[in-house]
Write a protein of this length. Sequence first.
Length: 154
Amino acid sequence: MMRTLDLSPLLRSTIGFDNINRMFDQAANVKEAAYPPYDIEKVGDDDYRITVALAGFTENDLSITVQDGVLVISGKGTEDEAEENDRFLYRGIAKRAFERRFKLAETIRVLDAGFENGLLVINLQREVPEHLKPREIQINSGPSKPKMIKGEAA
């Protein structure tokens, strides 16, 4: 039995999240490949780390880009399949081309990346702009006067 997620109670109390329902639908319908395996860690209050296991790859085989809020990690297999397949009796370490995408929040910035011992480590940090930080709104006492815009009442 297929269950659907009804977000209408949530959407009634939010402003500016018009595409949240679409995002949940996309997440529910994605059949994610298991290759390459990865971890996402929260290493501090505003610091995150993505670790991707890439046995058999070199730094030259990998590409990391960030565009339109999406972190894309891709790798190209450099082995010649025809001559390599004759040599192996069993092939358990995959070195096939891949592309892994991570949707980043607007406040997440990629700091750096390192590759050592077959592990690609990407460090991320949340940077909340001043206009997005919580601020206290002062309550004025007395009658409220409408603001004037170009000589007309607002």
